[in-house]
Write a protein that binds this ligand. Structure first.
Ligand SMILES: Nc1nc2[nH]cnc2c(=O)[nH]1
Length: 390
């Protein structure tokens, strides 16, 4: 059969200009690929830890500056739609990055089918609503009672992530991953930072807080596993971005999901009437309205840094690993909060030093599994090369 002209041209271009990876031996190419992968993983890990630290610093700044002692009792529980909106709304800063990052050629056979676009659209819509829900629920949960109780209940997010990952992603657990998960839960519970948004004693609602935080943890865990499923089944397997996992996928996911989540939170802000309080809130801010706006902008940007890192870890490794890194950052965040704020009774004592050491062990044992997986791939390649030579 006669080959179409365009396809002939494509093929000859392909032969004349092979991709850099194709010039190298398979072994060298795998080595380079694994090195790039490690750099991407470490970069995303850095983003998650930096995002977590910045968010907690700015949240503490926000609530310390909010002059609640000087106003009527119950202001503490308002402003949660605003917090949920801030968690998602700064996504437009990612749009220029999306166009800067290179996109590999899409696969001609599978790209642009209507069915695929519909499924992807549905996934982004569903994830957007889920992210809006956990943003709002976590914001409420944090403000309803003691932060120690909040971390105790929100530690279940990792347990839910593990369960969903086993069901949805068919996640394979190793002994080292299980050790890492157990250590992470302990670190998160015992190494939590101080939080300036705690209510005073007569405002605490433990039973409501428990349910809200529980629901937030389930929604967060489900969103991580669905993001992973979306990457695997809709973006990578269908070769929408060629054969590779590329950072552009992370940006696409984050921009689309945050757009939907921001719209939901915006509707919540107006429908609940919370928007009417923004003026009073900004006037009550000790450092003045400019700092009120700046702290919200800073929070918005910090949440984006965190989310991009988290989704990056889901793409390159898994939802479980993303959650492990997020929760392991807790002792480091606690240390930064001790250094930055002068909260009563908040010091970096031996139990917290212990959680910091635990963090190294938890991440170390997960990294050990990742290292072993990479090594296994290299050994398999060597074996297949040897069997071809024989
Ligand atoms: N997933 C998640 N975990 C948290 N731990 C403390 N705050 C949060 C939050 O807002 N989201």
């Amino acid at each position: 059969m006669e080959m179409p002209e365009a396809s002939k041209q494509n093929e000859s271009e392909h032969v004349q200009n092979p991709e850099p990876d194709q010039i190298l031996s398979p072994r060298r190419s795998l080595q380079l690929h694994q090195r790039k992968w490690w750099i991407s993983v470490l970069f995303c890990l850095f983003l998650v830890v930096a995002g977590d630290s910045l968010v907690m610093l700015l949240l503490n700044f926000f609530y310390v500056q909010d002059n609640r002692q000087e106003s009527d009792q119950d202001l503490q529980y308002k402003g949660t739609w605003l917090q949920a909106l801030v968690q998602n709304a700064a996504f437009p800063i990612l749009i220029p990055l999306f166009f800067i990052f290179p996109s590999p050629k899409p696969n001609q056979e599978t790209n642009n089918t209507r069915f695929l676009s519909f499924r992807l659209l549905f996934l982004y819509l569903f994830l957007g609503v889920l992210v809006a829900a956990h943003s709002k629920l976590f914001a409420l949960g944090k403000l309803y009672a003691n932060y120690g109780v909040f971390t105790l209940i929100s530690a279940t997010q990792l347990i839910f992530t593990v369960v969903f990952a086993a069901i949805i992603n068919r996640f394979k657990f190793t002994r080292w991953i299980i050790i890492s998960i157990i250590l992470t839960v302990l670190i998160y519970v015992f190494g939590s930072p101080e939080f300036g948004g705690e209510p005073v004693e007569n405002e605490e609602f433990y039973s409501i807080q428990a349910w809200l935080t529980f629901a937030a943890s389930v929604a967060f865990a489900l969103s991580l596993c669905l993001v992973q499923l979306g990457f695997e089944k809709l973006l990578v397997k269908t070769k929408r971005y060629g054969n590779k996992k590329v950072f552009r996928m992370v940006l696409e996911m984050q921009i689309c999901v945050s757009l939907v989540a921001s719209l939901v939170c915006l509707v919540g802000l107006f429908a609940s009437g919370e928007y009417k309080e923004l003026k009073g809130d900004s006037e009550r801010f000790k450092k003045g309205e400019t700092y009120y706006v700046l702290s919200l902008v800073g929070l918005g940007l910090s949440w984006q840094v965190w989310s991009v890192g988290l989704i990056g870890l889901v793409l390159y490794v898994s939802g479980v690993f993303g959650d492990v890194v997020h929760m392991c950052s807790s002792p480091l965040v606690a240390l930064i909060v001790v250094l930055a704020f002068d909260f009563m009774d908040d010091d970096f004592s031996w139990p917290r030093i212990g959680t910091l050491i635990g963090t190294v062990l938890a991440l170390g044992s997960y990294f050990y599994t990742l290292h072993k997986r990479n090594k296994k791939k290299m050994v398999e390649l060597n074996q297949s090369e040897n069997s071809v030579e024989v």
